[in-house]
Design a protein around this ligand. Structure first.
Ligand code: TRP
Length: 330
């Protein structure tokens, strides 16, 4: 089955372990027999960084470097830059007609971000409407599957609503509904135990972190505040070290045994942190090695080629959209 797969990341910082478990891991699998589109969502990143465009520009190559470092292969995936496919911007303008203000304001992910960014009193429309631009990203390629973190589910729901309205109003099947594909670990908690690992909360382990940084972050992880002595029974629920062991440690039986031991008492925080350190160092070392030789010029070439390829497809869909909307006068 030839399903179209598309996903994206905002280039507002380097990618971290949360991105890995939420989305990157799927792409590495899917590139084996699909040719996923992987988009660097710079237009979306600008919706909350428009005052600092240099931040976005700087991170385009960093994110691309992260992609290649985790094993995304530009021969098996189309990696491209959102702003360089202007067809997406035109689609966004049309799609804004199919959604109400109330609907956009109800989006739980956007709502949480508005609060986090302090946009309650002065909300830029570009930010509120980014899910509509995300709809364009999805439908432009007739996407079937969107591998994403759990927080992106409301975006795909909205995208499908727009698709249904568009197709119904214009009596067409030009646009296609997409399905989300959420990782086993949909969302990774931050090292501080907060709901989500993120760059802005400064609680994430980055794919590019040095061995020393990784160790230091692991040793600062939130565990069980009531587990004072090694002999005390400890809690594994909400204990970040166990959450990360579950997500990254290959030997599931060993994780279960460690959990049982910790709950019984007799297993110290230092011991579980050392175990996690070994696990994450082993996981991140090959990623760091693949990253080292990647040159800016090569990354630019990859993005350039991928963008040309993506643009061709988006142009075809845009033409179909214009036709459905009677926008062909000459
Ligand atoms: N909103 C996504 C994020 O913050 C990024 C994104 C932009 C995206 N366009 C997309 C994801 C299209 C999936 C499909 O991570």
């Amino acid at each position: 089955m030839n399903k179209v797969v598309l996903t994206a990341d905002r280039p507002s910082g380097k990618l971290h372990l949360g991105h890995y478990v939420g989305s990157l891991v799927h792409r590495i699998q899917l590139q084996k027999d699909h040719r996923p589109y992987i988009m660097v969502a710079d237009v979306q990143a600008l919706t909350d960084n428009f005052e600092h465009p240099e931040r976005v520009a700087e991170n385009i190559l960093e994110v691309t470097r992260d992609y290649l470092a985790v094993g995304i292969d530009p021969h098996k995936a189309t990696i491209f830059v959102q702003s360089q496919v202007p067809e997406l911007t035109e689609m966004t303008v049309y799609f804004l007609n199919f959604v109400t203000l109330a609907r956009l304001e109800r989006n739980p992910t956007v709502k949480a971000e508005i609060a986090q960014k302090g946009y309650e009193t002065s909300l830029p429309m570009g930010f509120l409407c980014y899910p509509v631009s995300q709809t364009a990203d999805i439908v432009a390629f007739k996407t079937d599957i969107v591998p994403v973190g759990e927080d992106q589910l409301p975006m795909i729901e909205l995208s499908n609503e727009i698709v249904r309205r568009f197709n119904r109003i214009y009596q067409t099947e030009v646009l296609k509904e997409a399905e989300p594909l959420v990782g086993k670990v949909g969302r990774l908690v931050g090292i501080d135990g907060k709901e989500k690992a993120s760059k802005s909360l400064n609680n994430a382990i980055f794919l590019a972190d040095s061995p020393e940084d990784i160790r230091q972050k692991i040793f600062s992880m939130f565990t069980d505040p009531h587990h004072l002595k090694v002999s005390d029974p400890g809690t594994v629920e909400g204990n970040v070290v166990f959450t990360y062991l579950e997500a990254f440690h290959q030997d599931k039986e060993e994780v279960a045994a460690l959990k049982a031991h910790y709950q019984r008492g007799g297993l110290g925080d230092t011991a579980i942190k050392e175990r996690l350190n070994t696990t994450l160092q082993t996981f991140l070392a090959p990623i760091r090695e693949r990253r080292a030789p990647l040159k800016d010029a090569d990354l630019k070439e990859i993005l350039h080629t991928g963008t040309q390829e993506a643009r061709k497809v988006a142009q075809i869909t845009l033409q179909e959209i214009r036709t459905a909307m009677h926008l062909c006068y000459f």
